[in-house]
Design a protein around this ligand. Structure first.
Ligand code: ARG
Length: 565
């Protein structure tokens, strides 16, 4: 339910009754229990305009507030804040209806839009590395979130499968093992070997250059080799996607090469619009206020990363008809996207009303704040990292006795992969990210394990109870009140996380929710002797909705729950 907008409506009605004209204003969530559930602090701004003091305004609103519905109490505080309390009877009803709704009371968007989420985008010439981890995890979450809210999401994996290095790679593939079954097991090594060969042997280097031209001109033999190479490389990525439980499939792949046929048209259209300037033989776009131009075609006729991205934007806006296009890419490409977006709008490739966003994220660092590397200074391979996560997670399972070997294995996978994903999602995405095994695999703090533990704990309550839940929810005390309001804020939080593309809002919410639940459970026993039947039933339902909300929240993050931990 959209809780905030319901409270806003109450305030709006008070404005109307008081005869105050106003701009749209919004309540905020109260930061402390003594401030009520929501706070209205628009009186300050209004006071100036109306020539009154803020407290007078707050009083005028208070006098006209309807206390017979959602809001039951209001209090003026400080210079003119209005603290608002929600009716516990109303809350109880809403929690109950959320509990009986498979979407937990979260409505689907009234006006869903088509959204392209561009994420992962590994380069086929090399093994996927930790740099692609963040894009894959954040992008998948964003796509899940928008899908859940009802948007029509089109996942796009803009893989790097084109460029001069492929000449060298396929020439080497032809020489070593044409079907690639052996030599391409380790792409990183293959690349190194090919490069060594390229640097050492002039004849090989010539062949590599010749093959670049041949792929571009559609030579069958070379294209076949290239296709083989891409296929195997992509399969490596899919191993990683499987391990990560992300939803990217082959159907989502729209590679750079897909846009090759559009590139001459892109240049043509830019020419027609008089946007191109020749500089040192290259076709450039000089944008107002920007020192460095966007180069769209080199002197030798070759196209660039930016040209392909312009073609992709054009395709996404006009063929896919997306109204929002979100690029989940490293913050260091910020300049590139700023320029490309500007060109796309100025050229009319993308209509004015389409929202273009660079969902930037920071660099992954090791514990000492250095870019993440292996001990010998190489790049860490993603697959190795994920395997390590599972091994480490096994160590975190406290009570292995109660499980079979296979169960420990399955559990470790859920915990380990969940930990890696959650740690990545829980920070402000634009910050650099310090990778720390101990922290991410801890039962305490804002971790997936903490959330999975809270969920499992609630399941154990239900196992013990083992009966049928009936009766109404009754909000018995302040803690139950807070827990319920928190549960009803789920939709507002998801909407905000979707608008701002901030998965850490989801993790922060889940963490607060689980923490609040633990406190509630400590103070308000459920199955203990002496708890009367009505109270027990009511508390069980609060616990149930808490568990369901945690599960749904984690599901959006692409993390599984377990019934026992
Ligand atoms: N392949 C690129 C890289 O590894 C990322 C692609 C991002 N998407 C895009 N449309 N440019 O840096």
């Amino acid at each position: 339910m959209k809780l905030k907008s319901q409270i806003n409506d109450v305030i709006k009605n008070a404005f109307v009754k008081a005869g105050i004209e106003h701009e749209p204003m919004s309540v905020t969530e109260a930061t402390k229990p003594e401030f009520g559930d929501y706070q209205f602090n628009g009186a300050m701004a209004l006071a100036k305009r109306l020539g009154k003091n803020p407290r007078q305004i707050a009083e005028m609103i208070m006098e006209n507030l309807d206390f017979s519905g959602i809001v039951v109490k209001a209090q003026i505080a400080g210079p003119g804040f209005l603290n608002l309390w929600i009716n516990p009877l109303w809350i109880a009803q809403q929690v109950q209806s959320a509990l009986h709704d498979e979407r937990l009371g979260v409505s689907k968007r009234e006006n869903p839009i088509k959204v392209v989420v561009d994420y992962s985008g590994p380069n086929m010439a090399k093994q996927m590395h930790v740099g692609h981890l963040r894009s894959t995890i954040i992008g998948d979450t964003l796509a899940n979130l928008l899908t859940f809210l009802g948007d029509e999401v089109i996942r796009q994996n803009h893989i790097g499968d084109w460029g001069t290095q492929f000449g060298m790679l396929i020439a080497y593939l032809e020489e070593t093992d044409e079907d690639g079954s052996g030599s391409l097991k380790d792409l990183e090594q293959f690349y190194k070997d090919a490069k060594e060969r390229f640097d050492a042997d002039e004849a090989f280097a010539d062949k590599a250059r010749e093959y670049v031209v041949k792929i571009q001109s559609g030579d069958e033999h070379c294209l076949k080799l290239w296709q083989k190479f891409i296929d195997i490389s992509l399969r490596h990525c899919e191993d990683v996607y499987d391990k990560l439980c992300v939803k990217l499939t082959r159907d989502d792949v729209k590679a750079e090469s897909f846009y090759n046929k559009d590139l001459p048209e892109v240049i043509e259209e830019l020419l027609e619009k008089n946007m191109l300037t020749k500089s040192d033989g290259a076709q450039c776009i000089f944008l107002e206020g920007e020192e460095i131009p966007v180069i769209v075609q080199k002197g030798d006729g070759g196209y660039l990363y930016a040209t392909t991205d312009l073609a992709a934007l054009r395709y996404r806006a006009n063929v896919l008809e997306a109204k929002r296009i979100a690029y989940v890419v490293d913050a260091r490409q910020g300049g590139h996207f700023k320029q490309v977006f500007k060109v796309a709008k100025e050229s009319g490739f993308v209509p004015e009303d389409v929202k273009l966003e660079h969902i930037a994220f920071g660099t992954m660092m090791d514990k000492n704040g250095k870019p993440f590397k292996t001990r010998d200074g190489g790049t860490v391979k993603l697959i190795d990292l994920l395997d390590e996560a599972v091994v480490k997670a096994k160590g975190a399972i406290k009570d292995k006795e109660g499980y079979s070997k296979e169960e420990v294995e399955a559990l470790a996978k859920i915990i380990g992969i969940g930990a890696v994903k959650y740690a990545d999602l829980a920070i402000n995405r634009e910050s650099n990210y310090i990778f720390n095994w101990d922290k991410m695999l801890s039962f305490d703090g804002n971790t997936s394990l903490y959330m999975q533990y809270a969920y499992a704990r609630i399941q154990s309550i239900f196992r013990k109870f083992n009966g049928e839940i009936k009766g109404d929810i009754v909000i018995g005390d302040a803690l139950e009140h807070r827990l319920s309001v928190m549960l009803l804020r789920f939709e507002d939080m998801l909407e905000s996380a979707a608008d701002n593309a901030t998965p850490n809002q989801i993790t922060a919410y889940l963490y607060d929710l689980a923490t609040l639940f633990m406190r509630f459970y400590e103070h308000n026993p459920i199955l203990k002797e002496g708890v009367d039947e009505k109270t027990k039933m009511s508390r069980l339902q609060l616990a149930d909705l808490t568990a369901k909300t945690i599960k749904q929240g984690l599901d959006i993050l692409g993390i599984e729950v377990v019934d026992r931990l």
